[in-house]
Write a protein that binds this ligand. Sequence first.
Ligand code: SF4
Length: 459
Amino acid sequence: MLLRHTTPDIKERKALMVNPAKTCQPIGAMYASLGVHGCLPHSHGSQGCYAYHRSALTRHYKEPVMAATSAFTEGASVFGGQANLVQAIDNIFTVYEPDVIAVHTTCLSETIGDDIPQIINKAASDGRIPDGKYVFHANTPSYVGSHVTGFANMTKAMVDYFAETDGHKKKALNLIPGYVEPADMTEIRRLASEMNIASIMFPDTSRVLNGPLTGKFKMFPQGGVTIDQLKGSGSSTGTIALGAIASAPAGLAMDSKCKVPCQVLNLPIGLLDTDLFIDAMRRMAGVNVPESIDLERGQLVDAISDWHPYLQGKRVGIVGDPDQLLAMTRFLASLDMHPVYLVTGSPAGKKFEAQLRQAVAEVPGDVRIKVPGDMFLFHQWLKNEPVDLLIGNTYAKYIARDEDIPFVRYGFPIFDRMGHSYFSSMGYRGALRLLEKMLDALLDRKDRDSSDIEFELVL
Ligand code: SF4
């Protein structure tokens, strides 16, 4: 009963967040930077921030996360971090030899007001950036936004710094996957290649944060989008940005900078949003959908129809990042489940909230939504009226245990289970995996609570 202090008595709060459902911007920026090949993320701030950001990513992905820091002390905190960053750039290129450094700011360097482009220019004019190497940056103050906006800002910076066009179009699509797992990025790319579509995915953390153990340490793993691919992305036929909060800023920046038309879609979670993704790729690339994808879709439809009786009408509480929350809610509503409590910690805006309301328009009864909200309020709602299933990151397990609710871990971070880095929840196959997880949780509970005469062999 770790959260036994949570009371069912709900009071309106504005200036206080309890048990937040988000983490800080630089974590998302660091994650996005790791999706560029040969890139060393650099945290412009104090060592404490950087240690926390690295450890949060390492605990989730179970991989060493390489990054550097400007290591602010009292002097830099008062006089600014220019000298630290210029020196750091020099040291990093000399010692670690990355292709590119991705600098993100922290609360401290933002409060001081360090002008990062000016500092990068100074490093370049001082000869600290070797030929053929790059430094780019994103502003990620953590007193606004969340890890999701940090990811969005760094992904947009990839477009701002690198995308270019000579006016000639190449037959390729840009795919911006959103703040998803490395396995999800692999799955999104696989669906494109199954349709014979050449694609440039950025960022791409597959084979960076779910790479093989070879016995040989590699500072810069094999995966990640290359700088040449990022430059070429400005000549692609079109861009599909998956997730309005994490990916749309980069997709729209690409459109305005290089005139590459962008379509913003929900994450391809579940049947309907995967259909929309496949259809958008089909139309943009001018190809047909192959039978292999029809087969995957048909298998999902079959599984949904087989297991619908166990899912329909189940009340669900979901706490998660906005793009995941919206797509997951739409998926559950399409299964006739009742997603009734929906919370995201990210400040995703009124338009997002309206989309979420639209997704649950046909769910009967009282549906509660809080954008941005926290897990304390989410827990209070559950105390007032319980649900049949809870979906959230590892922090939600305390609520699930306190309230004795079946629980599916989903989102970021997941510190206490494996699988999320290797098995996708995107596309038709990913939807099968989500179905399996939800059914396992619900049916394990049914088995646990059944009397001897109700304890069935076949369900
Ligand atoms: S919230 Fe700000 S000070 Fe705290 S770890 Fe994140 S960037 Fe650093």
